[in-house]
Design a binder for this molecule. Structure first.
Ligand code: HEM
Length: 473
């Protein structure tokens, strides 16, 4: 009977040292960090979907088995201590909230992301995408350029409009340096992640990074609170009079939260700020980087780009035609390209959960008190995708026989289980709109094989000149 008991511990990732375990693997720059994370996840895949990493005395399980990953994702909802690095800023927003708070607020926020509400955002997405394509004209025909700043600006302006209701002409937050401050703040979280000795608060609290973080956090909070208070007073003044509450009218997430009946929760300006800032933090790097990855991949696969272009020509009669909510579902090949790009280059390649109770998996039991990393990159590169798993093949998303299309892991680039990305439909709409505008106007060239990747909480190409555009006639 004893012989049939599953072994107690999953296999250890090679290279552990006494006392520090694998912590030394995290030293080095963010390029090295990505190589390590990729290696650990592929090691987990090759060991049957699980391996164990030691960070000092702390055990981290790295899961890449589809079934086991889903079991953990749907039984442990709390995030481990690494997420607390951003807690001063994001507080009880969805990304960092404790389970009890998260369950209530996720339920309240879900309707803000339903298809009917999102459809009212399409006009604004078009306005931002038009602005983006006209800005890109500055670079067309001039050889390789850094696309990032344009795409970040696009993603942040779009999320500022849809979440805070900020008018494209409203430059309050841009002149206050919101973008730069947010980028600096998120960058400082990665710096702490790499500097393992700064993980314990009692050491971090004395560091210069902490001082910088406090200053940035306070400034960012002030900017958001000012916007929220101003809008709250405007809405209160309009109460029972002018406000058009019909469901087909644009209503920012801020408006939806301010107008929420009190019984659904006490959405004070501070609570609203935590949610809106969490949305911006979750949205802008991920969306801009995934769009960059699609441009890199299309620029390196001209035949696929031609097929996307032909689909766009079929769906849109005129070159400058804005995208409508009816057009978006017709862009099936573009969607397959986006999904396949995110599968190969998932912007959030790893997430984690606190194991707060023993969790029984197929072959092992994870012990309470440990951390479980859900290796999204490993899941998306797992042999279950078939022998062509490493190939860029958008067609796999169009084949009815594709078993992964209906698997719980097919969207793993958006996380898995109930605490997955609340913005996944929004993201597809925003990316399709931006790409439909860009690709009708420009031909993209690139060579993704030359790109080096780095991990800074998100997976990004090392800053460089990778993308060129030429105006289509
Ligand atoms: C390409 C774009 C995006 C990718 C790849 C992405 C990926 C993810 C992933 C993997 C998670 C799970 C995180 C975890 O388990 O710790 C997540 C959560 C989340 N995402 Fe996204 N995301 C994207 C865009 C967006 C956008 C546009 C928004 C908002 C408008 C958004 C809002 C959120 C929020 C609030 C959460 C936390 C959800 C919760 O805990 O209930 N994301 N996202």
């Amino acid at each position: 009977h004893l012989l049939r008991q599953p072994p107690r511990s999953p296999p250890l990732f090679p290279g552990a040292l006494p006392l520090i375990g694998h912590a030394h693997h995290l030293f080095g720059d963010s390029k090295n960090l990505w190589l390590v994370l990729q290696k650990v996840q592929m090691n987990s895949v090759s060991q049957g979907g699980i391996c164990r990493v030691l960070l000092g005395p702390h055990t981290v399980y790295v899961l890449t088995d589809p079934e086991d990953s889903l079991t953990v994702a749907n039984s442990c909802f709390d995030k481990p201590y690494i997420y607390d690095f951003s807690k001063d800023y994001l507080k009880n927003g969805l990304i960092t909230a404790k389970t009890s708070m998260w369950k209530v607020h996720r339920k309240v926020l879900n309707p803000a992301f339903n298809q009917q509400v999102l459809n009212t955002y399409v006009d604004d997405m078009n306005v931002q995408a038009q602005h983006l394509t006209s800005q890109l004209a500055l670079e067309a025909g001039k050889g390789p350029f850094i696309a990032r700043k344009y795409l970040v600006d696009f993603a942040l302006s779009t999320v500022a409009r849809t979440s805070m209701g900020l008018d494209p002409q409203d430059k309050t937050w841009i002149s206050a340096g919101y973008n730069e401050k947010l980028e600096d703040l998120l960058g400082s979280y990665t710096e702490r992640l790499r500097k393992v000795w700064l993980h314990p608060s009692f050491l971090f609290d004395w560091s210069s990074i902490k001082l910088k973080q406090d200053q940035l956090t306070n400034k960012l909070k002030d900017i958001a609170i000012q916007i929220i208070n101003k809008r709250k007073s405007e809405l209160e003044a309009k109460k029972n009079t002018m406000y058009d509450d019909s469901s087909d009218k644009f209503k920012s997430i801020l408006d939806q939260l301010v107008l929420m009946p009190e019984k659904q929760g006490d959405f004070t300006p501070n609570v609203i700020r935590e949610h809106l800032d969490s949305l911006s933090a979750a949205a802008y790097e991920t969306t801009s980087l995934s769009t960059t990855a699609v441009l890199l991949i299309l620029g390196s696969n001209q035949e696929v780009q031609d097929r996307v272009y032909n689909e766009l020509k079929e769906v849109f009669e005129h070159d400058n035609f804005d995208v409508t909510k009816q057009d978006l579902p017709k862009l099936v090949y573009l969607e397959a390209v986006i999904r396949e790009t995110m599968r190969l280059y998932p912007t959030t390649p790893i997430v984690a959960r606190k194991v707060d109770k023993d969790v029984r998996l197929k072959n092992f039991t994870l012990r309470a008190g440990s951390t479980c990393a859900l290796g999204l990159y490993g899941l998306l590169h797992h042999p279950v995708w078939g022998p062509d798993v490493e190939q860029f093949r958008p067609e796999r998303w169009l084949e009815t026989a594709n078993s992964m299309k209906h698997s719980s892991c097919n969207n793993a680039y958006f996380g898995i289980g109930k605490r997955n990305c609340i913005g996944k439909v929004y993201t597809m709409m925003v990316m399709k709109t931006a790409l439909a505008h860009i690709l009708r106007r420009y031909r993209v060239t690139s060579d993704i094989k030359n790109v080096v990747w780095e991990y800074e909480i998100v997976l990004k190409p090392v800053q460089g000149h990778h993308i060129s555009l030429t105006l289509r006639s």
